[in-house]
Design a protein around this ligand. Structure first.
Ligand code: ARG
Ligand code: ZN
Length: 873
């Protein structure tokens, strides 16, 4: 276990690293020359370098070969007992990229070689002080066969290249910016390159290049546009300019995560960068735009200013997610962006925070750092930075980030340093606020109101508490920014003057700071009893306990001027209604759908003024997983039945409206990726999904027709998804035809796997198992695993949680296979059992048995070991 409390500065620093690679897919030789010296902040002692799965060939210290007795090697380090204050090491190692199925370090993917070094992959390339607070200038020489590896890339600028007589060629890259080893990258292969350029705010010309497998050369345009948008946005909004002559992106098929921000050479999971309208959905286009931005933004929030240690991971990830979220909000619909971000946070992060892996945004211990690339570090971390921005205002935040980048440029720092910069630039005290970094768990915010018609006063009492999490029994009060508005009976915003104020408040929403367990805020001159709209824009990542009646929720759903809260009131109303149906199912009562909800949905569907994207969001029922999280004991089958029932009732009752809107949105138009067209497609597909829920066989014909006439994957996949839930020859035909058309395209084939894994039909698990033997599936490819096994376990709750335990046994079996190949992917899959204690006793027993089966396995990876033991603890 690694502890934050044990942090010590590195003993030796690396001033310069010269790396020489003799590339070959089965045996690559690495010659590393390190100019090292004693850290003036430390004291002399042995020199310990990290290293794993390396064949050590030789070590020279200041030119002299070391004998076996002068160093010690074990499975994760190399120790040289005696070194001077300043010295040069030359270490030769050999590695085997084609045997590397963990996809960390240098590995072989398809026809290319590439690296993934974050967090601790560099130690699988050579012995090195592999920690982010050792920053070095890297010069990298790559030598390889020119035919097989025509393109050879690394960080920084290309300095020189040449040919040898024997068919090999070489390149030398130099990165002038000192960086930690986790930002090192190397790529080689026969890659197609699409080039563009960007002129920075100071007039410098930057060459932009996207490298892809030749068969994907038609899929680069969207990423390039997104990259230029990101570069411009970061200049305008944060004053950040790019700092090298070239910026490169490479797409690879085998990748554990989404993408990686290596300096000047971002490496992407192909699914997170490649797109054409025919092969990628609107969601894909949207996600790609945001991931390209995310990785680009890391150039400042992550690379120029990096993390001191991995406990500070959210320093770069939380901040960068917050930056990419505001980028997406600026370029698309801000309301839709916020709804999606909060939806994701509540369904994933709240579950993590309430489960056995709950950890603070700045954790204080870990066994395997790869397990801490979590929704808490990323998404909750982003919310924490967003709250800071809310507290100091847009301008204050910009002053703070300017100071942060200026003060810490070229340094490896902590989340405390980040907060300090904001404090110093704004003369504010965020010491209580910092508990958001230190305490895990989702705070609960309860709201009580009181109206005094005689005094015309309205009081709002806010109360906070936070449940215990593993290792943190008692929590201190958080500093919670609560954005509030008051609405009169016509839905107009009301004045918000507090009793202690002498002048009226100017604005419709005001942010109250809750810092104590309970505080009451008293508003004066309130002429009628208002409905309070609390936590507008989701101003803090808390669970709101505010007992509004369904009628009040319906009112907010129809009238709130804050579009997020309007949506949220609708969601809460749906949750109330759906949970009542679950209750009726449990009591075997006859089922009925609330007419109030129905009339609200009808009004939304009829509202031609409302952004169609918002209409679609407001008509989308909460997921089964999210509903499960709202029950003390999740009733898997009851929830599924209730949701299907409600969906069908809504569909039948509003069928003519769904019909009419579907038809009016079906005007043929060439695909374009923009907010307006995306909104239209999302509403059109939503209408189709309700129409399909009416059980009218004609609607299947409609799905087929949509699939036939469309020019884009968004509509094609929406049709297929609906067909896949209906047994029959049409379904099988549609699946077969889809596969035949797209089997050459990995991104599309993954969608084909996913829709089948998410099917409601009873034989889904059998089908998933059969698909694992299909030519389309390779268990070594993480995208395939996520598309098939991941979809089934995380997105198909009725089947994954089948009462006979078949879903759990299937998962356990796959995890044990995966753990031998790729521990990171295996550990991710375990996440499907995160909430296992929240189910009925029978299911808990079955899940526990599966967890114990995994735990009993010998030689588990640290990744799976950490999660399985924490789940069982
Ligand atoms: N820093 C990358 C990102 O943008 C994530 C890479 C993590 N990779 C890993 N193997 N843990 O968010
Ligand atoms: Zn990131």
């Amino acid at each position: 276990m690694t502890l934050l409390a044990n942090y010590q500065v590195p003993r030796y620093l690396v001033d310069e690293a010269l790396l020489h690679f003799d590339l070959d897919k089965s045996k690559t030789r690495v010659i590393s020359t390190l100019k090292m010296r004693l850290n003036p902040e430390s004291s002399a002692g042995e020199c310990v370098l990290d290293g794993e799965s390396l064949d050590l060939i030789s070590i020279k210290l200041d030119g002299k070969l070391l004998s076996d007795s002068q160093y010690e090697v074990n499975s994760n380090s190399l120790t040289i007992a005696d070194v001077p204050e300043q010295f040069e090491l030359e270490i030769i190692t050999e590695i085997h990229p084609d045997q590397n199925t963990a996809l960390e370090g240098l590995y072989h993917s398809g026809r290319l070689l590439c690296t993934q070094c974050e967090a601790e992959g560099f130690r699988r390339i050579t012995y090195y002080p592999d920690r982010p607070d050792v920053m070095t200038v890297f010069t990298v020489t790559i030598v390889a066969d020119a035919k097989q590896w025509p393109v050879m890339l690394s960080n920084g600028n290309l300095e020189e290249q040449g040919q040898f007589n024997d068919g090999r060629h070489w390149v030398r890259w130099h990165d002038p910016h000192p960086k930690p080893s986790y930002l090192f990258a190397l790529v080689a292969g026969d890659l197609y390159c699409q080039q563009d350029h960007f002129t920075t705010m100071n007039g410098r010309d930057v060459t932009l290049r996207i490298y892809v497998d030749p068969e994907n050369k038609h899929k680069c345009d969207h990423a390039l546009v997104s990259l230029k948008q990101s570069m411009k946005w970061d200049e305008e909004v944060y004053g950040r300019e790019y700092d090298l002559d070239v910026f490169m992106i490479v797409a690879v098929n085998d990748f554990n995560m989404g993408a990686m921000e290596n300096k000047g050479l971002n490496i992407f999971n192909a699914a997170c960068v490649l797109a054409t309208p025919e092969t990628a959905t609107d969601d894909d286009f949207y996600t790609i735009q945001s991931i390209v931005a995310h990785e680009y933004f890391h150039n400042w929030s992550g690379n120029r200013v990096t993390c001191r240690d991995w406990f500070q991971l959210s320093l770069k990830e939380g901040f960068t997610v917050m930056r990419d979220q505001s980028f997406s909000a600026d370029l698309n619909s801000a309301a839709v962006q916020r709804i999606d971000d909060v939806n994701g946070l509540r369904s994933m992060q709240f579950a993590e925070d309430a489960g056995p892996m709950a950890h603070p945004v700045r954790p204080d211990s870990y066994i395997e750092i790869s397990n801490f690339y979590t929704v808490t570090i990323y998404e909750k971390g982003a919310e924490v930075v967003r709250m800071i921005k809310t507290l100091v205002g847009d301008e204050g935040f910009r002053k703070g980030t300017d100071l942060y980048f200026h003060r810490h440029d070229g340094q490896a720092v902590t989340t405390d340093d980040f907060v300090k910069a904001i404090e110093d630039a704004n003369s504010v005290d965020l010491s209580q606020f910092k508990r958001w970094y230190e305490q895990a768990g989702t705070p609960e915010l309860s709201v009580k109101t009181h109206y005094d018609p005689v005094q015309q006063r309205f009081s709002l009492t806010l109360h906070q508490s936070c449940p215990a999490t593993p290792g943190q029994e008692n929590k201190l009060n958080f500093h919670i920014p609560v954005a509030v508005g008051l609405l009169d009976s016509d839905g107009n915003n009301m004045p918000m003057q507090l009793a202690e104020e002498t002048t009226p408040y100017d604005g419709d929403t005001r942010v109250l700071s809750l810092t104590e367990t309970e505080q009451t805020f008293e508003f004066i001159h309130v002429s009628e009893e208002p409905v309070a709209s609390v936590l507008r824009g989701f101003s803090a990542p808390v669970k709101l306990k505010y007992d509004l009646t369904n009628k009040q929720l319906a009112f907010l759903m129809g009238h709130d001027t804050d579009s997020f809260n309007r949506w949220d009131a609708g969601q809460q109303l749906m949750i109330n209604v759906l949970l009542e149906i679950v209750d009726d199912i449990q009591k075997q009562n006859t089922l009925a759908l609330s007419p109030l909800l129905l009339s609200q949905l009808e009004a939304v569907l009829n509202d031609e003024q409302l952004d169609p994207a918002l209409v679609a969001k407001m008509l989308t029922l909460p997921t089964e997983n999210y509903l499960a999280a709202q029950m003390p004991v999740a009733d898997v089958d009851g929830i599924h039945q209730a949701r299907e029932f409600a969906k069908r009732q809504i569909a039948i009752s509003l069928k003519p409206l769904f019909n009419a809107r579907y038809e009016s949105l079906s005007k043929k138009k060439k695909y374009q990726f923009n907010a307006e067209d995306m909104a239209a497609r999302s509403l059109k597909n939503l209408c189709l999904s309700y129409l399909a829920a009416t059980d009218d066989p004609l609607q299947m014909q409609r799905c087929l027709r949509q699939m036939k006439v469309t020019d884009n994957m968004t509509e094609l996949l929406a049709g297929l998804r609906l067909m896949v839930d209906q047994a029959g020859p049409e379904r099988e035909h549609a699946l077969r035809a889809f596969y035949e058309q797209w089997k050459h395209d990995r991104q599309v084939v993954d969608k084909w796997l996913s829709v089948q894994a998410a099917s409601k039909l009873p034989d889904t698990l059998l089908r998933v198992k059969a698909l694992m033997k299909h030519e389309a599936f390779n268990i070594k490819n993480p995208n395939n695993v996520r598309a098939l096994i991941g979809q089934f376990c995380r997105n198909n709750p009725v089947h994954f949680h089948a009462k006979d335990g078949s879903g759990y046994r299937f998962l356990a079996e796959q995890i044990l296979v995966l753990d031998k190949l790729n521990p990171q992917v295996a550990a991710r899959m375990l996440g499907a059992l995160n909430s296992w204690r929240r189910y009925d006793v029978e299911r808990q027993e079955l899940m526990k048995a599966s967890l114990e089966e995994i735990a009993a396995q010998k030689d588990l990876s640290a990744d799976v070991y950490e999660i399985v033991t924490k789940y069982l603890a």
